[in-house]
Structure formats: structure tokens, C-alpha cells
Write a protein that binds this ligand. Sequence first.
Ligand code: AMP
Length: 428
Amino acid sequence: MKNIYFSVRGTSNFSPPQTYLFNKIVETSKNIFKLFGYEEIILPILEEEAVFVRSVGQATDIIEKQMFKVTRNRPDLDSKMQIVLRPEGTAQVIRYYIENSLYKKSDFYKFCYFGPMFRGEKPQKGRLRQFHHIGAEAIGSYSEFLDAEVIFLSLEILDALGIKQKSLHLNSLGCGLDKEKFKELLKKEILPYKDKLCIDCQRRMEKNPLRIFDCKEENCQSICEKFSSITSQQYLCKTCHSHFKNLVDILKDNFGIQPFVDFRLVRGLDYYTNTIFEINSPFLGSQNALGGGGRYNNLVEELGGPKVGAVGFALGLERIMLLLEKIDILKTIDVFIATTNDTLIKEAVKLLISLRKENISSDIDYCKKSLKGQLRYAEKKNVNFVIILGEEELKENKVILKDMKRSLQEKVNIDNIIPLLKSKLKNV
Ligand code: AMP
């Protein structure tokens, strides 16, 4: 027996009908991005490590222990630059924006992107090492209306995909100064409990105490509970306070969204300032975040560009898939052509070619299955219609059209089958 090989832990192999679902999610998102004026960019999977260290922040899990570093078989040819598989998109989009001096060409950009991200997390349901982000970044404005649009956009994509039940958690971390004040106070308050925190949080305490709020360890959570009265909101300066208040009003008044203002939400990446948000699903168990995002008004400058405001989000494609797999929308073709006898395959192929020419997705049997076997296969493929070619009917220039969803069938003149299918498919 030869050795067989297995997928790398935490990666997925998608096959139909999952690939169908995957593409549907991307296509739906693309249509909505277009409606909102976001332009697609396709950036590399390989990126310089420093891009993320400088933006996401040293004291985050992503940087401390989750990045996949890339080495070559010819290390002697590699420069000193450390290359990683990108763990997220925001920092990379900003690297691209600065590298190409886009700010000199226009003062405002709206980008969207799709693609794999890599994080060395402990794999579990909804938590992978290679997963996909659907992301958007709007660069060049501090307007609360833009925050509201970005939040609304992420919810619209989920809505269009049929994900109705979800909650929007919203908070503000304030500007860099507000955030520093908040962090300092937290550090001081938590210090007496340092020994009771997990090893990771003890380290986080120094550089990024906000991360402690995201820790799943019971001990750390109960220590955080003690400080539930300390929130970032108390440290907002006047400008940041009014930005947040205006945003909540705009969401309610202009977009009809009632956010859950969640003072516990911290999203501990270094680059966030002001608005932060997360969208959760009640059906996903412990990995319940469908997506999240926020403002990052200092990141462009931090990575060497000008001082411009920016806001964005990323949705997790696999988590959306987990939800949609439960909804019966999986279908690869609309029409299956079955024959009562495999000698009729030439007739079937003739019809198949004319259906496909008319853009009707269709297929036939290539395995000489019995009629019963073909119908079972069509049912498994979740097709809407089966056309049955039978010797007797063909003599009259007719075929049988079977509506699989309604369990109805009728004899149809073969010359009418295409217009009839087209009008029926409009209503499925
Ligand atoms: P984040 O950049 O961590 O806020 O990620 C945005 C979204 O991507 C999350 O809300 C998840 O839906 C998804 N996501 C993040 N990490 C993973 C992962 N390891 N596996 C699968 N999906 C993920």
C-alpha cells in the first residue's frame, strides 16, 4: 500500500455544491460593492512581515504566534526581508495605497477585495488556518457618514445572502490619545491581578491590555468582569464623543439600523481608532463573528503615508458558508436531460447544445444509468427541471418536461421547450 496524503490541518477542500455556494457569496458581494461604488483590487498573498507588525501590533495573537513565515529552498538567495502569508487585508491595502502614492492622484478611494488569509490558529469549526475575507476599505475621509455606509454595506451583503438574523455590536476606542489614556488606566487597575491572568494576558498587559478583554480563559474573563465599569467611552475626547454619537444617530435615522452599543467590544488590533464594530450570528456557536471592522485614522501615516482618515471591514467567507449550508439554495445546474434508453444519447446531446447556447445551465448522463438512476442523480443535484427523451414521444416530436420542485410533468413539443423553460426558470 502506498502512502496517501492529507490536507494541511485547518485548510478546506471545496467541491460542489460548496464551490457553487462560495462563488455565489463572492458574486453577490461584488454586485453590492459595485452598487456602493467600491472598486476591486487583487493583492498578493505574500507580504513583508513588517507591514503587519507595524500596523496590527506586536502584542496581538496574529503577530505573536499566528503568522506563517515563508522560506525558500535557497535561503542564500533571500534578502533579509521576512516574507509572510498575509493574515489580513487592511494593512496590505494601505501598503498598496502608499506604495503607489495614490493620495497624490485622488483624495478619496473605495476599495474591495476577496481572497485567502492565513493565521496559525488552533483549528476548530469556523476557525481555520486558511480562510477567505471579503473586505472593503474607504480611505480619505473622517466623515461619520462613511462609517455608517461601511457598516450598512457589510450588513447589506449579509442580507442579500439571506442572513437575516445577526446583531451589530458597536463601540468607540477614541483617537490615539483617548486610547492611550484608557489603556493606561486599565493597566493600573488590572496590575494587582496580574499573577492570576493567563501567561498570554500577563504579556498583553504591558503592551496591549485591551486584548485581555478578548481572552477566552475563564480566569481572565472574571478579572475583566471586575472592571466592567471602566469603558473606553469614558475616555473619549469631545470630538471623538460627538463622532460616535453622530454615527449612532445616522445609523438610526438614515439607515434604519439600531446598533447594540457594546462597551466591552475592543477589537484589540493596534490600528483601530474611534469606531469599531462586529457582526455576530446566533447560529455559529463560539466562533460567532461573521465579520468586523472599524476606523483606523492613524494607520496610513504610521505606514509612511499622509494623515488621512479611513474605515473598513472584513467578512469571513467560511463562516457565511457555514450558515448558508443550512439553507437549501445549493444547485449546480437548472436542467437535466434524461433518456429512457441510452441509444438516445445523440438526441440528448443535440438538445443539450441548444440549451447551453441559450444560457440554460444543463447536463446529461454519461454513465448509461437507467431512467430511475438518472432521475435520482438529478434530484441529488437539486435541479429544477428534467427533460425526458423517450422513443415514443420523439416520434411525435415531443419530450416530457418534469418540474422537480412541484412534482408535475407535461408533454411539450420539442420546438417549444427552450422558450417554455426560459419563462419557467424566471420564476424559480
Ligand atoms: P478579523 O480580521 O479577525 O476581524 O476577521 C474578520 C472575520 O474573518 C471574522 O469575523 C471571521 O468571520 C473571519 N475569520 C477571522 N479569523 C478566522 C479564522 N481563523 N477562520 C475562519 N474565519 C476567520
